[in-house]
Design a protein around this ligand. Structure first.
Ligand code: GBH
Length: 453
C-alpha cells in the first residue's frame, strides 16, 4: 500500500457550520448570521444559531473522532468570537478553542486550525469587508492573537479556506455572503484576501511560530465536454477562474495573463487596487499546500457567458446529491499537475467528501455511496504516494452533517449523522469504513503511531 509511515488521517469542519452558540460568551454576528436573515438566501431559512451545537458538545464530538481513529482534527476559528468588535479582544471566545485543543491533546490528536472559513465579523463588513484594503490589517491583528495564544497546541495553521469562495462565489456569483454580483469586487476581494494570507505568513515567521502554516485552495478541475476548440477554450477559462488565479498568485507571485486580459477586456476591470510589492507578499513561501477536492466540471462553451461557460448537461459521471460529477482519476491528475506546475511543498488533502440523501433505516444509516466515494479517493491518495507526489495527509469533509451554506441543513456530508431536533449523533456506515481503513493502514505500517498511543 502506498501510504507513508507518518501519513495523517483526519476529518474537517468549520466554525459557522457546526458550532451554534452564536450569541454565547460575547460572540458578535458574522456576515453569515446576517445572510441567513435575508429571505431567499439560505434554503428553508436555516440559520447557524444552533447548528450542531458543537459549542456545547465538542467533548463528546472529539471523543467520537478518537473512536474513529483520527490522528488530527481540522477546524476553524470564528473571528467574531475573538474580536467581537474592531480592536476589542474577547478572551472568553479564545477559551472555547483552548478547550478544543486541550481535548485533542488528551487523545493525542493534532490540530489543523483554519483562521478564516468565510465568517467575517459583521463589524468588518460594515467597514467594507474584503473590499477595504484595511481588512488586511484587521485580519493580521486577529491572527497575531491566535498565534500568541494557541501556537503551542496547534500543528498546522491555515490562513484561508478557499479564497475563491470568499471572493468569487461571494462577490460575483452572489450565492454566498455578502451576496454581491460584481466581478470587479470579486477580483478586489480576492486580492485583499490573498494579500492577508501572505502577510499572515510573514507575521507568523516574525512571531517565531514553531509549527507549519499554509493555505487551503479549492480545486474543481474543468474538462472540455467535447474536443471542440470552443469547449477547450471554455474549460481553460474555467480553470483560470477557479484554480490558476489562486495557484499562480500564491506560487508564482502573479495573476495569469490570459485571465487578466479576459477580466480587463470583457468586464472592464482596472487593477489599480494592486499595489507595488503586493504580489511578492502574496507569494511568501508557506510550509505546505492544502487542497480541497470534491468533483470535476465538464464544461461547454457558452457564447452568452464566455467567462463562466456552463456545465454540460449530459454527464456520464456518477453524481453526488449536490449534482457533482465524481472524478477519481482526475483527482490524481490534479495533484500531478500541481506538483509539476507549481510547488514541491508537501500537499495535504484538507477536504474531500460527498453529500447523499441519507435515510435512517431502523436507526442505522447505510450510506454505501459515501463509503464508496471515501474508499476510492483514499485509494487515489495511495496511488499519489506511489507516484511520489508527496501527499502527507487526508481530511474527510465532514465529520458531522452540518450547515451546508446556501443549502442550509438539507445536504449531509457527515460520517456522523445529526438529528437536528434532538442533536443526537449516530455513526453512519461510512464512519466504520473509514475507521477500518485507518486501523488497517496503521497496522500494515507496524504501529507507526506507537509513540502517540
Ligand atoms: C467546501 O467548499 C467548503 O470548504 C465547505 O465549507 C463545504 O461545506 C464543503 O466544501 C462542501 O460544499 O451554491 O450549489 O452553487 C467546496 C467548494 C464552493 C462547492 C461553493 C459548492 C457552491 C455550491 N464549494 N459551491 S452552490
Amino acid at each position: 500500500m502506498g501510504i507513508a509511515k507518518d501519513f495523517i488521517f483526519g476529518t474537517a469542519t468549520s466554525s459557522f457550520q457546526i458550532e451554534g452558540g452564536s450569541k454565547e460568551d460575547g460572540r458578535s454576528p458574522s456576515i453569515w448570521d446576517d445572510f441567513c436573515q435575508i429571505p431567499g438566501r439560505v434554503l428553508n431559512g436555516h440559520t447557524g444559531e444552533t447548528a450542531c451545537d458543537h459549542y456545547h458538545r465538542y467533548k463528546e464530538d472529539i471523543a467520537r473522532m478518537h473512536e474513529l481513529g483520527a490522528d488530527s482534527y481540522r477546524f476553524s476559528i470564528s473571528w467574531s468570537r475573538i474580536f467581537p468588535q474592531q480592536g476589542i479582544y474577547n478572551p472568553k471566545g479564545m477559551e472555547f478553542y483552548k478547550g478544543i485543543l486541550n481535548e485533542l491533546k488528551r487523545y493525542h490528536m493534532t490540530a489543523m486550525v483554519t483562521l478564516y472559513h468565510w465568517d467575517l465579523p459583521s463589524w468588518a463588513q460594515r467597514r467594507g469587508g474584503w473590499l477595504n484594503r484595511e481588512s488586511v490589517n484587521w485580519f493580521l491583528e486577529y491572527c497575531k492573537k491566535c498565534f500568541e495564544e494557541l501556537d503551542n497546541d496547534v500543528e498546522f495553521w491555515i490562513t484561508h479556506n478557499e479564497p475563491f469562495c470568499a471572493s468569487f462565489v461571494s462577490y460575483f456569483e452572489g450565492r454566498h455572503a455578502p451576496g454581491h454580483k460584481h466581478l470587479e469586487e470579486a477580483v478586489k476581494a480576492a486580492h485583499h484576501i490573498l494579500l492577508s494570507h501572505g502577510r499572515a505568513v510573514q507575521l507568523y515567521r516574525k512571531c517565531s511560530g514553531k509549527k507549519q502554516i499554509g493555505i487551503a485552495l479549492n480545486m474543481t478541475p474543468a474538462y472540455p465536454a467535447t474536443d471542440s476548440f470552443a469547449d477547450q477554450l471554455a474549460a481553460n477559462n474555467r480553470n483560470g477562474y477557479i484554480c490558476r488565479w489562486f495557484l499562480d498568485a500564491v506560487f508564482k507571485g502573479r495573476y495569469p495573463k490570459d485571465m487578466v486580459n479576459l477580466y480587463a477586456g470583457q468586464c472592464k476591470i482596472d487593477f489599480s487596487f494592486i499595489e507595488d510589492g503586493d504580489l511578492g507578499q502574496i507569494a511568501e513561501p508557506c510550509d505546505f499546500l492544502g487542497i480541497n477536492y470534491y468533483f470535476i466540471d465538464l464544461i461547454e462553451y457558452d457564447l452568452t457567458n464566455i467567462l463562466l461557460s456552463r456545465k454540460a448537461y449530459y454527464s456520464t459521471y456518477k453524481q453526488t446529491d449536490m449534482g457533482w460529477d465524481i472524478g477519481v482519476e482526475e483527482f490524481i491528475q490534479l495533484i500531478t499537475w500541481i506538483r509539476k506546475e507549481y510547488t514541491t511543498l508537501p500537499v495535504y488533502i484538507t477536504e474531500n467528501g460527498s453529500a447523499w440523501d441519507d435515510t435512517v433505516d431502523h436507526g442505522e444509516i447505510h450510506d454505501i455511496d459515501r463509503a464508496e466515494y471515501l474508499i476510492k479517493h483514499l485509494e487515489a491518495v495511495e496511488q499519489m504516494n506511489d507516484l511520489g507526489l508527496l501527499v502527507k495527509g487526508y481530511y474527510y469533509w465532514s465529520f458531522l452533517d452540518n450547515f451546508e451554506w446556501a443549502w442550509g441543513y438539507s445536504k449531509r456530508f457527515g460520517l456522523v449523522y445529526v438529528n437536528y431536533e434532538t442533536q443526537e449523533r449516530k455513526n453512519k456506515d461510512s464512519f466504520y469504513t473509514y475507521q477500518k481503513y485507518i486501523s488497517q493502514a496503521k497496522q500494515s505500517k507496524g504501529n507507526f503511531n506507537q509513540e502517540r498511543e
